[in-house]
Design a protein around this ligand. Structure first.
Ligand code: C5P
Length: 233
């Protein structure tokens, strides 16, 4: 069976601000997207990449893609729709037990060691696996008026990262059910694992480095630059 990589990169990155989507902002002289694809390629040079891009993306340059085996897929309205579009491409060419690894373009700092541990955990787990890190901060819930309603018990809580990896058949079924009229719905499908969990399955938690940050806010770019500099590929 083969390995598929799905990289959702069709977001517009409203929170970072500016007109340039965050995957094209430069970190250490190269766009975020180039760093992310370089790290995936270094660990999985033989994999086939499905890169989800907005149909009206004017920033993309195929020279940024180091893979020989790759295809462009149209992004959807939300992240999950972009992933579903990529799975349709996998369905046309792949097998039910092929492993599908989904990694957000906005996480350029993922390490080779974490990629390898996640991949091995997913191979060994029928319910798939995801990188995650134990919650370090104290977590408050607000009362809707800017004050604290309560403090959550953070024991046993994890922050989900990407990559997340599952067998193709499981992921396809999970996303289809989650998006169905009686499914958990788009608003709660913020990662692949949430859809898989809704089937009653239990993806493995693989403790990942905390510096596998998701570029979300402008200040994250300088952080990413420092992390990438200290960890040259
Ligand atoms: O905005 P956020 O960081 O949550 O987006 C997560 C990932 O999903 C990003 O890599 C973004 O490019 C991608 N995305 C997508 N299609 C959308 C929205 C987001 O591929 N419609």
């Amino acid at each position: 069976s083969r390995l598929w990589l799905i990289v959702p990169a069709a977001g517009v990155g409203k929170r970072v601000g500016g007109t340039c989507p965050k995957q094209y902002l430069e970190v250490a002289g190269r766009p975020v997207l180039a760093h992310t694809l370089a790290r995936l390629h270094q660990s999985f040079p033989e994999a086939r990449l499905c890169l989800c891009l907005a149909p009206d993306d004017d920033w993309f340059d195929p020279a940024l893609v180091p893979f020989t085996d790759w295809q462009r897929v149209a992004g959807g309205a939300e992240r999950v729709h972009s992933v579903v579009n990529a799975l349709a491409a996998v369905a046309a060419q792949g097998a039910p037990d092929d492993l599908v690894l989904v990694h957000d373009v906005a996480r350029p700092c993922v390490s080779a060691d974490d990629l390898s541990r996640l991949y091995n955990a997913a191979l060994a787990s029928p319910d798939g696996a995801l990188l995650a890190s134990p919650v370090a901060d104290t977590i408050k819930r607000d009362d809707g008026q800017g004050a604290v309603a309560n403090t959550e018990d953070r024991r046993g809580l994890w922050q989900a990262q990407t990559p997340q990896a599952f067998r193709f058949a499981l992921l396809q079924e999970a996303l289809a059910r989650a998006l169905a009229p009686d499914g958990i719905g788009v608003g709660r499908i913020t990662d692949e694992a949430s859809a898989v969990e809704a089937l009653g399955r239990a993806p493995r938690l693989v403790a990942g480095r905390r510096d596998n940050i998701k570029i979300t806010h402008p200040e994250d770019l300088r952080l990413a630059e420092l992390i990438l500099a200290g960890d040259a590929v």
